[in-house]
Design a protein around this ligand. Structure first.
Ligand SMILES: *[C@@H]1O[C@H](CO)[C@@H](O)[C@H](O)[C@H]1NC(C)=O
Ligand SMILES: *[C@@H]1O[C@H](CO)[C@@H](O)[C@H](O)[C@H]1NC(C)=O
Ligand SMILES: *[C@@H]1O[C@H](CO)[C@@H](O)[C@H](O)[C@H]1NC(C)=O
Length: 448
């Protein structure tokens, strides 16, 4: 009893002291956490600001670029090159413009993301990095779902499905279990190349007849499709790429200075309408657009209303096209028919159970199918990422976002999965070179 009476107050005292200590420690710990948290969000914010300010300083110099909401939505070019290559006598400077899709996506989610960080003080945002490898492995295996993507990209996809800018109304079937041969036959049957000609209004009235060159129908044996993915850096694929009979490149992607990795030969270049419309790409003077076949495109509404499209393209490609055709009538230069673009979208959706983004397919996918029309065999580089996979969007600029590889605006993930399912690729080629091989239409035999 006595002992207890003696001990208890002491014990109480000790306990009170340790409680105070514990409280103090907790306080210090929380302060530390806050510091770390603010440091983290601050760097996120700085990063976003940097993106916007580069973007803004670019647009100050351009008189033509429409930064309206329409322009912001018009991200059909990403994730492909968005670059102009400027060369002075003593310097070579690359002018950077962030890929629109990515950018729009950041703008839209900026406020929300910050709030999310604040709310979940203890939980830093999900690191996409570790997750992306499971997506890549899924692509290598030919089995992947958007559920594997980070929250941010999943949300972007949902937003695009909800906004449905091009009023896509898909009525076809959806099957995810067609085998390689079935997919190849479907694409051969449905995705015959179609370029704009003068047989339809308003182009007949507009006098396109003498303007458009005869239907593009070169036949090549081997072709290379060189994507602009950052992962092609340090690949040393240049020589292999150049050994093909024809090489397709995208938008403003340069080969000068990158020959070792991307090669130097260009036969065809696919350009989106921003390349034509935005003077900073110097379409009418830059050498990268000279002496090659050009194929331009711009997304029309899903209903393919050519009148509407002509009056209101995402970016004005028609006037620069007409000028270029008049100045260089010898240069083969085509505009893809919007029905070709949306047919490719239909094919991707028809082989996917999930709702894919109702936006045009990427230039990459368009280019691959274009070459399947023209070549006996098509090797595609770094479309499906190799082990070099990086968040670096394009090999020729310093801009990082996983959306460039897995898609936000474009249904990239599903396109890539479909290409994988159509391809014959040795696992080693896929992992080491990011290379898949597809047969050209002329080599696909289908039951009648
Ligand atoms: C225009 O394209 C359509 C569809 O590809 C084709 O049927 C037609 O013959 C072409 N017309 C001309 C004048 O080339
Ligand atoms: C190229 O186009 C711009 C407008 O985008 C024009 O100002 C310039 O004169 C053109 N240059 C040539 C060589 O046609
Ligand atoms: C254009 O290409 C052809 C063959 O591809 C080549 O012989 C010719 O020298 C090139 N011309 C220029 C101006 O680069």
């Amino acid at each position: 009893m006595i002992l207890q009476d003696f001990l208890l107050p002491g014990l109480r005292h000790v306990m009170k002291q340790s409680a105070q200590l514990l409280l103090l420690a907790l306080l210090v710990w929380m302060l530390l956490l806050f510091a770390v948290f603010f440091y983290f969000t601050d760097s996120q914010v700085t990063q976003l600001h940097r993106t916007t300010s580069i973007f803004n300083s670019e647009s100050q110099h351009s008189t033509h670029v429409q930064r309206s909401s329409r322009a912001i939505m018009a991200s059909h070019n990403a994730p492909w090159a968005m670059f102009a290559e400027r060369r002075g006598p003593f310097q070579r400077k690359q002018v950077f413009q962030p890929p629109r899709a990515v950018e729009e996506f950041q703008f839209r989610n900026f406020g929300k993301r910050r709030k999310e960080y604040r709310k979940n003080v203890m939980k830093p945002p999900e690191t996409e990095f570790s997750k992306t490898w499971s997506v890549v492995r899924g692509l290598w295996k030919g089995q992947v779902s958007s559920k594997l993507l980070g929250q941010r990209l999943q949300q972007a996809m949902k937003n695009y499905v909800l906004s449905n800018k091009y009023k896509v109304l898909y009525k076809g079937q959806r099957k995810a279990n067609n085998d390689r041969q079935e997919i190849l036959c479907q694409i051969k049957e449905q995705a015959q190349l179609r370029t704009l000609n003068s047989s339809e209004q308003p182009f007949a009235h507009l006098g396109f007849q003498p303007l458009v060159p005869p239907q593009l129908q070169q036949a090549y044996r081997t072709c290379a499709v060189v994507t602009s993915a950052g992962a092609i850096l340090k690949s040393s694929l240049g020589r292999e790429i150049d050994s093909h009979d024809a090489v397709l490149r995208f938008n403003a992607a340069p080969s000068k200075g990158y020959e070792k990795d991307v090669g130097s030969k260009t036969t065809i270049r696919i350009i989106n309408s921003q390349i034509l419309a935005n003077p900073q790409h110097r379409f009418n003077s830059s050498l990268i657009y000279k002496n090659i076949t050009l194929v331009a495109w711009d997304p029309a509404p899903y209903t393919i209303d050519l009148h509407k499209w002509y009056q209101n393209p995402d970016y004005d490609l028609f006037n620069p096209y007409i000028t270029q055709r008049k100045n260089f009538p010898e240069q083969p230069f085509y505009i893809l028919h919007p029905s070709f673009i949306w047919k490719l979208w239909d094919i991707v959706q028809s082989n996917t159970l999930e709702d894919i983004q109702p936006n045009p397919p990427s230039s990459g996918f368009i280019g691959i199918v274009l070459m399947m029309n023209l070549c006996e065999e098509v090797d595609v580089y770094e479309y499906i990422p190799s082990m070099r996979k990086t968040d670096l969007c394009h090999y020729h600029e310093k801009y990082y976002d996983a959306a460039c590889t897995f898609g936000a605006y474009h249904p990239l993930l599903y396109e890539k999965l479909l290409v994988k399912r159509m391809s014959t690729a040795f696992e080693q080629d896929l992992k080491k070179k990011g290379k898949v091989t597809l047969p050209g239409f002329s080599k696909i035999n289908c039951p009648l």
